[in-house]
Design a protein around this ligand. Structure first.
Ligand SMILES: [Zn+2]
Length: 93
């Protein structure tokens, strides 16, 4: 028997497959044609995303979908540094 475990990269909790969301962060480096972007892929659980204000529940209609997308865009822009810190990135002044 094969058992898969799904672990959040932030809180390290084991969660169900549907409770883990893939998160991708891209960094584009201007002026470089080769290796233009650096990409980091992590899996973050619903609880950790909700704590950052990201709405993860499925919308019931098109209007709610658009509202959630706009709210999530704003939350992600406001919390991008928090996400990186949670994932172990150290910012030095
Ligand atoms: Zn988590």
């Amino acid at each position: 028997m094969v058992t898969k475990t799904f672990i959040c990269d932030v809180c390290k909790k084991s969660v169900g497959e549907s409770e883990l969301f893939p998160v991708t962060i891209n960094v584009s480096i201007p002026g470089q044609t080769y290796h233009k972007a650096v990409t980091v892929n992590k899996d973050i659980c619903r609880d950790c995303l909700e704590k950052k204000g990201i709405i993860t529940k499925l919308p019931e209609n098109q209007q709610e979908l658009q509202q959630n997308q706009a709210a999530n865009q704003k939350s992600l822009e406001n919390k991008i540094t928090d996400f990186l810190v949670d994932l172990g990135v150290v910012f030095e002044n």
